[in-house]
Design a protein. Sequence first.
Length: 234
Amino acid sequence: MHSITATQNYIILPVTSILFNPCDSPANPNATIQAPDLNGMVFFENVGIRFLIFDKRNKSFITQTPLETKSAMYVTHQLNAYEINDDLLVADMIPYPNDGPYSEYMYRDFLLANGWLAGVGATRFSLDLSQKQINVKSLIPQPNISIEFPQINHTYQTKNYSWGYIVQNPYTAGNSILKINVNDPSGKQNLVYKAKNTMVVHEPQFLARPDAVDEDDGVLIIRGQDVESEKGKI
């Protein structure tokens, strides 16, 4: 797994459909620290994403058998997670239907030729612990949109929340920050903040206004790189 998430009482571990076997990667016997290598990575299309749930209160796993979906996925990053009640957890994540984040995003030729990698967008996994079932739904209307590096107002971490801020078309000049309302999958409340054509914007950080009442009352601090001037900017 690449990342994990947590509610107030539980830690949620998404066991994705990628298996990395370091024994399949060539080793340098003269190096104390081995260079990273992706030869030992395999994506299993017939293995659905699974979830292990750890209870913080009694410090034990409550999933003797993982909760599992039918769809193979690789989860990169998390928006938020919270509890509806003690048996129903909500976890919002960024999953991909393949190993593209490793097999393609890490290569310059792919980025120059394609610009970005399509995923399955921001996705909500509702984990029913009593029925041992998972309900999966998209949080945005666009199919196969390319988004990454989500952030929220962290005052709402582990709480029911409404807004997320995500990079659209990462690593690409002229890309955007997408503001999404996670409770309105129609996308009617979503907003796109586009960078100028020579600017590559990266992961946003939300800074709430002091004494703010509304969840989205604040500013985004965004790091960017101007490929024309070759300078970093905030």
